[in-house]
Each structure stands twice: as C-alpha cells, then as structure tokens.
Design a protein around this ligand. Sequence first.
Ligand code: ZN
Length: 413
Amino acid sequence: MPEVLFPVDQSRSFYDQQVPCHNRWHPDIPPVASVRPGSEFRLECREWFDGTIGNNDSAHDVRDADLSMVHPLSGPVAVTGAQPGDLLVVDILDLGPVPQQAGPVAGQGWGYTGVFARTNGGGFLTDHFPDAHKAVWDFHGQTATSRHLPGVGFTGITHPGLIGTAPSHQLLDQWNAREAALISTAPDAVPPLALPPLEHNALMGSLTGNAAREAARTGARTAPPRENGGNQDIKNLTRGARVFLPVFVEGGLLSAGDLHFSQGDGEITFCGGIEMGGFLDLHVDLIKDGMNAYGIEHNPVFMPGRTEPRYSEFLTFTGVSVDESGNQHYLDSQLAYKRACLNAITYLTRFGYTPEQAYLLLGAAPVEGRFSGVVDIPNSCATLYLPTAIFDFDVRPSSSGPQCSPRGSCATS
Ligand code: ZN
C-alpha cells in the first residue's frame, strides 16, 4: 500500500480532521505534502456531504443538504519541480470505498444517489423532478444493488468525480469574473446559474485567521469543472486512467475527492453518482513545458482507465432538440440529451419503476451518453445507452410486452 499522504478519520467531520481538507479552489492553500515526480501515494477521501446523508429510507437529508460545504478535497499535494506551463501526469492506480469498514458514513460498505430539490441545487431534469429523492446502494465487491431499485445490479465504474490542480491568482480572477457576469444575467434564478465564492462553511486547508478568511472570499466553489480539471465527473477516469493536468502554480498543487462507486454519463441528477468516501492511490510525474509543447492550454486531457464493466448489449434511447411543447430548437444538444433521458424514464416506468427510481438509476448506473449528431439542422441527436444486463428481467421490447412488477420505491422527502 502506498504511503497515506492525506489521512481521513471517517468517524469525524471534515471540519475536525487532523489534516484539514479544503472545499474551495485557491492558490494560497498550502500543500499538505511535497512529492517527487515518480512518487506513488494514497489520499483518503471523505464523501462530499461529510456524512450527513444517512443509510435510511428518507430523503430529508438530501432535501436539506448544505451545498456550501462541498466538496471536501484531499490535498493539495505539491510535486517538486512543477512549474506553470508543465503538465502534471496523474495515474489513477487504484481506488475504492473505505477499506474493510462497515459504518454509518457513505463509503463504509454503502453509498447513495440523490436527486436535489429544485430549491436546493436542482438537477438536469429538475422541471420534472422538483423534490428530493434518494437511493441507497449496497456494495458487494465491485457490484452495487439497492433496496430502493429492486431488479437492478451492476459492476461499478469507480472514479474520482473531482481531481485537479490549483488555479493561479490570475486564472482564479478570470473564473470569478466570468461566473459573476453569468449570474448577473439572472441573479434570482432558481436554481442559480452559478455558485459565487462563499465564506460560509469554507475550509481553506491549513490556512488560518485572516489569510483563510481572505482566501475564502475569492476561493472558487468546487461544483463546476474548469481549466484545472476539477469536478469533471467523467466516469471513465477509473483504475488505470492517466490524466494530464495543466499546471498553473509552482508545485502544481493536486487535489482530489468526490469518489463515485459508479455513475452514468452526465451524472444527471447532480448528486447522481453513487457517492462515497474511500481511498485513491495515485502516481505522479511531470512533462516539463507540456502545455505549450502539446497545445494542452485550456483543459486537461486524459486516457481512460483499462478496468471497467464489460457490457456488450445496450438498449439505446435517442432524443432530438425539440422540447416537450413541440417547439423546434436549433441544434441544442443539451435539450436532445434531456429528451433521450426522459424517453428512457418513460420506458422504464412500463416495467413498474416510478419515474423517480428511473431517474436515480440513470444517474448511477454505467450508462453511456453521446452527442450522436450535431450538424443535421435543426436537430441535434443525443443518445443514452442503457446496458440490458444490469436488469434481472428482460428489458428489451418484444411482442410479449413489458414485464411489469411492483418494484417498490426510492426514498423520498
Ligand atoms: Zn459526486
């Protein structure tokens, strides 16, 4: 086992750890350790709501989840010799739930998928699902099942939802300026268009006092992916993946967290992966001046992992950029993917699932989402690939009709 550079005591809040987490991006957050290129190490991670979501049949906890506390990140780790303009090469060696531990915190043998209420973050289909819901998943080795989604079991494609380097002061200023400009176009939108810096509940690692308060005032929230990687929620960043992250500050300052046991493309419910705490083993290296040499200037590049579920048959739902009132939109791939997801949800209700269960399933299961066509005016075409083998019944259409059975319900608020 590699050296643990960032330990987490899962019995304590992340506000109360020996090595403090950080939940904002800021270049002044000091590294917890420095490693040489070529090093391997382990980061332990806390699940993104700090253990406030329970293994129970109510979604009150998801309804009341406090988004100001996310995401608790493990790190930053400085890589000696890393300078702005380099590429940090990060290999994901291994990761998983909290090892050999059952307990009340997500990651201790179980995880959860949530649907946020419209008034508390919302999600991809929040117009259809304005209330909070939850599914609890049990881990059996690499497989997840849920009492809230009977008839389903799948191999997880485990990955860190969030991994990235620290922004420079200049880049941070750019983020804050462009996101503030967007928010100003509809400052009262529910859910909001973006999340501005917020001092409340900010944790700035080992910064304390005035320095911490000052950094918290401008520290970027961790929800969106940005040039530094961050919360990209790419399910294929699994074991064996290699990520090339742009370096913007001395040492690179690598942080990660938000582990997912599994997730569908798009993480559509927003709390849509199977959320858990656990461990993340990394190897780091450097490509000096790699950003310029390879033209990797704006966003990371990665090579997907070599260990993932092997599903060979899919039932694929399509959607085009026409809204549900029948209005034609011009090449709107976001809308097309929504329609593909809604088509899949309607289909699954014919087998006895509630729409909420189907929505949770598409967030958590290893479904593939693609922009299949983006040029055939006026309709974009998006597709959602649902692996048929994750169901313990035949989910394919046939002349005998859908096998409709009572399939319980998810946790609701
Ligand atoms: Zn997550």
